[in-house]
Design a protein around this ligand. Structure first.
Ligand code: BG6
Length: 485
């Protein structure tokens, strides 16, 4: 280790926390909201942990004022949340629902009242069910037009007060989980369809960015990507090559499109050979090239370690084991099955012997955070907003309303220190949104996997009284923000 005098975070650095509509709002059918694919999927038996869903979630829809007041007590400079498309346009591309707009209008005004910068995600995985039924969701180009209409509506309504917008949250995760593993909606198990849907989302992302730049020239927009650095297991050049291949399949396949407007040649060639590549027209190529994000959102949880593939002729896709404890959205496949999927024959995901794990088996790798920020910044030269980073854990409510989550403080502290090292290295960073502000629904793990600074008194069996109780990490982050801004 070499000594480095750390640069201070800029005064206007956006110290924030994040959430997503389906995971916090509840009120799933109130005030004209239509169902999203998550409302439907979470009701299919066996798909989520103990059948948990977001019908009530943590009832943020009715308690947003209390939540924003807590944010201000904590001294948050920014709050990242997502808009539920089906609250704004219940059937996806029909009439606009004024009550849906009103909710977000109130929320934004409340944030501004406390000088908290709103960062709005347009799509955090909850396409209206009606579009899934009518067009097959992201498998149809018609959905791009519907998405544009929704974007136009919210840009017009909130563009005067919201400067930062995120287009898609973790496109890599929702396409893989939704179309490869059928462990998210729309519950599909077909890689060709996955690559096709992913291409449509790329086009929708580009259209939204171009539309935004026409409508809100003073604002900033970009996608949030679930990034993980790739490491070779040994210095054997074949393992190094495998880690490079994994980087292309897991990261560059999306980031190159977002930032350069082109697909990486290696992956595209390989998919074409296998007959599962998306169809890309000349107009598509032009569109992808024309859209330039203003920043890149990075969600960081962990990376992956790779070795050369040991299987000579992998020729069939294996089925995803239904074991929620092993679900890891960032590596495309659970460990051990990766090499057996046909288009992934070029690398094999293995354990990293140097890293500890969370209670849910995710590697804890704070140095990987610095590596990620440097790699992404050096390659694409765009300002980075950390839009998610945090620790999911079993928290315990002790006597006198104490939640002693020192492990979360340690996790956040070490990650923020590595982020500061990246800043010192020269990475241009706009802000950091910890995941999450309050406890919330973990898509597949119910309410027991907690991430929040604020404990919410509910469990997998029901909403209980939904009381908000600041955890020890709440006070730690409050003091940290005060010292650093
Ligand atoms: C990201 C998502 O994948 O990670 C969040 O953007 C999600 O919505 C978070 O909740 C943590 O994942 P999990 O599976 O632990 O809830």
């Amino acid at each position: 280790m070499y000594y480095q005098k750390l640069k201070k975070f800029p005064k206007n650095f956006l110290w924030g926390a994040a959430s997503a509509a389906y995971q916090i709002e509840g009120a799933f059918d109130e005030d004209g909201k239509g169902p999203s694919i998550w409302d439907t999927f979470s009701k299919i038996p066996g798909k989520t942990f103990n059948g948990t869903n977001g019908d009530v979630a943590v009832d943020h829809y009715h308690r947003y004022k209390e939540d924003v007041r807590l944010m201000s007590e904590m001294g948050l400079k920014a709050y990242r949340f997502s808009i539920a498309w089906s609250r704004i346009i219940s059937d996806g591309d029909g009439d606009v629902n004024p009550e849906g707009l009103k909710f977000y209008d109130n929320l934004i005004n409340e944030l501004i009242k406390y000088q908290i910068e709103p960062i709005v995600t347009l799509y955090h995985w909850d396409i209206p069910q009606a579009l899934q039924d009518k067009y097959n969701g992201w498998e149809s180009r018609k959905t791009i037009q519907a998405f544009k209409k929704y974007c136009q509506t919210v840009f017009k309504a909130f563009g005067d007060r919201v400067k930062y917008w995120v287009t898609f949250n973790e496109q890599n995760v929702f396409t893989a989980m939704g179309y490869r593993w059928a462990s998210h909606p729309p519950n599909v198990n077909d890689v060709k369809r996955m690559y096709a849907a992913n291409h449509i989302v790329n086009l929708a992302n580009a259209e939204a960015i171009n539309l935004f730049h026409q409508m809100i020239p003073q604002g900033k927009i970009g996608p949030s990507f679930g990034y993980g650095p790739t490491y070779p297991i040994t210095a054997d050049p074949n393992d190094v090559l495998a880690a490079d291949n994994a980087d292309d399949f897991n990261n560059n396949w999306w980031l190159d499109v977002y930032c350069r407007g082109t697909y990486p040649a290696l992956v595209m060639n390989h998919l074409r050979d296998l007959g599962i590549a998306p169809e890309v027209t000349l107009d598509d190529e032009k569109l992808l090239k024309s859209a330039k994000p203003d920043f890149l959102g990075i969600n960081y949880y962990h990376g992956g370690t790779f070795q050369q593939n040991q299987i000579e002729h992998p020729d069939k896709t294996t089925q995803h084991e239904k074991d929620f404890s092993k679900t890891d959205p960032y590596l495309m496949q659970p460990k051990g099955t990766q090499a057996q999927t046909p288009e992934m024959a070029m690398f094999n995901n293995v354990e990293n012997p140097y890293l500890h794990k969370t209670q849910w088996g995710w590697e804890i790798d704070s140095v990987g955070f610095r590596i990620s920020l440097r790699r992404v910044y050096e390659k694409y030269q765009l300002p980075i907003m950390v839009t998610e980073n945090g620790l999911g854990a079993h928290d315990k409510l002790e006597d006198n309303n104490v939640i002693n989550d020192q492990y979360r403080i340690d996790y956040l502290q070490t990650h923020i220190t590595e982020m500061q090292r990246a800043l010192t290295d020269g990475v241009n960073l706009l802000g950091y949104c910890a995941w999450s502000f309050t406890d919330l629904l973990s898509w597949l793990n119910g309410y027991k996997k907690r991430y929040g600074f604020v404990y919410v008194d509910r469990d997998d069996n029901g909403p209980k009284n939904l009381t908000r109780i600041p955890k020890k990490s709440f006070y730690w982050y409050r003091d940290f923000i005060q010292r650093n801004s």
